[in-house]
Design a protein. Sequence first.
Length: 147
Amino acid sequence: MPSIQPPPPTNDTTELARERNRAAAERTLLSWIQNCLSLIGIGIALDQILTAVNRGFPQNNPLVNLRLAHAISLSLIGLGGLLLLLAVVIYRQQTRWLDPTRALARDLARDLTRDPTRDVSLWSRNELSAGAVILLGIGAMVIILLL
């Protein structure tokens, strides 16, 4: 079994810089969550508004207008989900880069224990929030496609 060597000693300035960079990465992820949630919300609202307008003015060709409304809405929702997924991947890379010794120890501990309940604690609250927003977008896309 490989032994984990302790990390080299660091000074307070280095630790504060790491914490500052970690906080900046978290703020960036939160702003991505906010923007992507806005894109998903705009996609849902646009679909509902254009569907209501289509029902209110029956003289238009409803099939063409509804297809266009669904296409625009689904593209906005998909873009929001895709960008959020990309933001989470970048966030995980940044935090792993900021603390490589903890990430190595965490990966080794996960491989040794294989306890699925412990894997949830490896995700930050921000990443779980991003996952919930992605699931919201997927649910909205399914509902729009079914209606």
